[in-house]
Design a protein around this ligand. Structure first.
Ligand SMILES: Nc1ncnc2c1ncn2[C@@H]1O[C@H](COP(=O)(O)OP(=O)(O)OP(=O)(O)O)[C@@H](O)[C@H]1O
Ligand SMILES: [Mg+2]
Length: 229
């Protein structure tokens, strides 16, 4: 079953007098629970594609369908509710709130949604990510890898259907990057969350079940490395 798909998705930016097609007529679908990496050279449109697919930015033309419903029929408020409840986001820069502890950061999306935290579920996520003893610390007292693991727990706290990650290991050294990547893989599989991950790093992309390669805003390759079929 497809969880999200897009048809003829295009995103243009004006750069001086020129129009840059950051995403150029992309049609692709993602299956529920799959781990798909999106790779390609710098400036090829990976982040822009992730942003338009996840409704962080509006497309110039084309449509995104979530569970077969076109997001063009959603107003801004409905889109932000969809993002808060069904999507999780992990970015290169962690984006934790510096004044809040690890646990408070994790709870933030649940609080914003005026929901009661599902403690049993959160405890499971916290244990899978190995961050129980970091929960009372402020981000400034945590290593990059620990901050990213808190950010992953935060992204998962509302039980999203899809986790969107943009260069989640980009700020980490090789060892903590590998740890964070394998944890991302592990938690998504355990929880049945679809993982769509942007990376320019081929070693990272090779960990995925499916690799989309983007060049000049177009998908030029869609492969499933044999090992994981
Ligand atoms: N807000 C914007 N305004 C104008 N042009 C933009 C904007 N965002 C991106 N672009 C342009 O769109 C193209 C794609 O950029 P994008 O950031 O999606 O690439 P990327 O593949 O994520 O690159 P990187 O690997 O360096 O992160 C580039 O030419 C970029 O300059
Ligand atoms: Mg990018």
């Amino acid at each position: 079953m497809n969880i999200i798909e897009c048809k003829n998705l295009t995103k243009e930016y004006l750069s001086g007098e020129n129009v840059v097609k950051a995403v150029d007529d992309v049609t692709v679908s993602f299956r529920q629970g799959e781990f798909c990496a999106i790779t390609g050279p710098s400036g090829s449109g990976k982040s822009t594609f992730l942003h338009v697919l996840s409704s962080l930015e509006n497309p110039t033309s084309g449509n995104v369908y979530y569970g077969e419903k076109s997001l063009s029929s959603y107003n801004d408020n409905q889109l932000s509710i969809l993002r808060r409840r069904r999507f999780g986001f992990v970015f290169q820069a962690y984006n934790l709130v510096q004044e809040l502890t690890g646990y408070e950061n994790i709870l933030l999306p649940v609080m914003l949604d005026n929901k009661k935290p599902d403690e049993e579920y959160l405890n499971k996520v916290i244990d899978m990510l190995g961050i129980r003893d970091r929960l009372g610390h402020l981000p400034s007292a945590l290593s990059g890898g620990q901050q990213q693991r808190i950010a992953i727990a935060r992204a998962l706290s509302n039980r999203p259907a899809i986790l969107f990650a943009d260069e989640p290991t980009g700020n980490l050294d090789g060892k903590s990057g590998r740890e964070v990547l394998s944890l991302l893989k592990y938690v998504s599989k355990q929880l049945g969350v679809t993982l769509i991950l942007v990376t320019h790093d081929l070693h990272v992309a090779e960990q995925a079940e499916r690799i989309l390669t983007i060049e000049d805003g177009k998908i030029v390759k869609d492969t499933r490395p044999a090992a994981s079929v």
